[in-house]
Design a protein around this ligand. Sequence first.
Ligand code: C2E
Ligand code: MG
Ligand code: MG
Ligand code: MG
Length: 289
Amino acid sequence: SAKGSGRGKYRFYSSDLKDGANHRRQVEEDLRDALVKNEMAMHYQPIIDVSTNEVSCFEALMRWEHPDKGFIPPAEFIPVAEEINEIKALGDWALERACRDAAAWPVPLRVAVNVSAIQFVHDDFSGIVERVLKSTGLDPNRLELEITESVFLGDTGRTQRMFEELKAIGVRLALDDFGTGYSSLSYLRTAPFDKIKIDQSFVRGATESGNNNRAIMSAIVGLAEALDMQTVAEGVETKDELELVKERGASHVQGYIFSAALPNDDVMALLQTGSLEYEARGPEKYRAD
Ligand code: C2E
Ligand code: MG
Ligand code: MG
Ligand code: MG
C-alpha cells in the first residue's frame, strides 16, 4: 500500500542517517589509534615544471587504509582529526615521515608537506620543524610547507612570528588552494610565500568558453609574478586543461594528467631511472592512489 511504502521510505531514510552517524563515530574512534596500528601511509604526487617537463617537487599526501572500511580519503578524515584534536599527532607524524623519505631519495628533489592551520599556530611548530630536519638530515630548502588562507583568520601577530621563524630555519612556504578561502590580498604584502597553488576549481571547466576561470587564472599568475612567487596549477586532468594553464603562464602543474600520488617505493624506482622527465598522458592511464 501507499502507506506501507511511505513508511518503508521513512525507515530507510532514518537508518541511512543512523548509518552516517555510526560511520562518523567509528571514524573518530579508529582515527585515535590509526598511527599505532600502522594504518597511515604517505604517498607523493609529482609537481612538474612546465618549462622543462621535469618533476621538481613531490607533494606528500596522507593515506589511511582502514581495516574494515578500506581507503578513507583525507578530505574526510583530516577535518575529523582537526575536530577531535588528533591533527597534531597525525601532522607531526606526516612531517617526520615525509622528511625521512625525501632525505633518502636518490635525487635531492623538494618535498611539500601540508600543514593544518591548527598545527601551524601551535607555539612549538617551528621547533618541531627544526627538530625533524635535524633528526632526518633533510636540507631545509628541500622542505616546502603548504598552508591555506585559514591561517590568516587567527592571531595575525602569532602567524607573522611563525612565518619569520620558519623563514629563519630556511624552509619554503606555499599558499595552498588559493582563491577558495577567506581571500584577502592584504596578507600577500607581508607573508613570505615562495609559491601560490591555484586551486583546482579554477582549472576545472576553465577550458569551456565563457568561463571566468581563465581570467582569474591569468590574474593570479600575474599577481604571483609581480610578487616573485611561483605558481602551481592544481588538479590538471586533461590535455586541454594543460594547454590552457600553460597559456595562462603557470610555472608548475600538478594533476592526474601526469600522475596521481605514488607510494614511496614507486618514487624511489622512478628517481633511480635517472630521468625526471614526465609525459602528459590520457585519462585512461590514470593511476590509482
Ligand atoms: P591539497 O593539499 O589541495 O592536495 C591536492 C589534492 O588534489 C590531493 O587530494 C590530490 O590527490 C588531488 N589531486 C591531484 N591531482 C588531481 C587531479 O588531477 N584531479 C583531481 N580531481 N584531484 C587531484 P587528497 O590526497 O585526497 O587530499 C585532499 C586534501 O587533504 C589535501 O588537499 C589536503 O588539504 C589534505 N591533506 C592530505 N594530506 C594531508 C596531510 O598530510 N596533512 C594535512 N594537514 N592535510 C592533508
Ligand atoms: Mg596541498
Ligand atoms: Mg591544494
Ligand atoms: Mg585542496
